[in-house]
Design a protein around this ligand. Structure first.
Ligand code: MG
Length: 253
């Protein structure tokens, strides 16, 4: 099932996408929901970020090739950091380059959307707490990541977490392609099969640190090929079966 969130006449609805149509829902897909009645053409609605997370937990250096291109080792334990909920934007919304950085880069990632309040989830029970998957761009001010020594600012600017365009609830994540295209040129092309730690291990490990709430999002790391974004670019992230998640890049006002 493809679950999206749409703006219709300035009102937000969850919806289910089938072919070129969106069936609007009342309520919340993580809880009680029902058909609203209207079925609209996908081309007639504006998709917004498919979820509003209380927090976005991201995993660093989870693909060995990417760790190598950063000149860093694969960490002995998952390396996690938080992106603020205010960094989330939806498909089509601009990524705004902040004046503080001269080197902003894309990172195409598989995003896991949590569906249930949970903590201390054993790996074998992770499927019970995962609602679905979407595309993410872990936009990063690479120069500030290096100079700050920690990643809160480099990863936390407004607009630095595009999500979408929808949540796929049934996805084979064992060997799903993860790709990034900038202005029609392929920059990243990897597979979830190359993750150092898989989704079950990451969700279990993170849930041993912090309680996960419905709608929380986990970014699972980026494959090799990260590179710069400049104003005027158009960047797209795709996962096999989801996307593309496309965003224009602009200078921040
Ligand atoms: Mg990342």
């Amino acid at each position: 099932m493809r679950v999206c969130r749409v703006s219709v006449d300035d009102e937000l609805f969850f919806g289910v996408i089938e072919n070129d149509a969106v069936a609007l829902l009342t309520g919340h897909p993580f809880g009680d929901f029902a058909p609203e009645g209207r079925v609209l053409r996908l081309s007639d609605v504006r998709l917004v970020a498919p979820v509003l997370p209380s927090k976005v937990i991201a995993v660093g250096r989870n693909y060995a090739e990417h760790a190598r291109e950063m000149g860093a080792a694969v960490p002995a334990a998952p390396l996690i950091f938080l992106k603020p909920s205010t960094s989330v934007i939806g498909p089509g919304e601009p990524i705004a380059l902040p004046w503080q950085s001269e080197q902003v880069e894309h990172e195409a990632e598989l995003a896991v959307v949590i569906g249930r309040l949970c903590r201390d989830v054993p790996e074998e029970r992770v499927p019970e707490v995962v609602f679905g998957y979407t595309c993410a761009n872990d936009v990063t001010a690479r120069d500030l990541q290096a100079s700050d020594g920690q990643w809160g600012r480099a990863k936390g600017f407004d607009t630095f977490c595009p999500l979408g365009p929808w949540i796929e609830t049934d996805l084979d994540i064992d060997d799903a392609g993860v790709a990034c295209v900038v202005n029609g040129q392929q920059r990243q092309s990897g597979s979830t099969a190359d993750m150092v730690r898989d989704v079950a291990e990451l969700v279990s490990w993170i849930s041993s640190v912090m309680t996960l709430l419905p709608g929380d999002v986990i970014l699972t790391g980026t494959p090799a090929g990260v590179g710069p974004l400049v104003a005027g670019d158009e960047v797209s992230v795709s996962i096999d079966g989801i996307g593309p998640l496309t965003n224009p890049v602009v200078d921040r006002d």
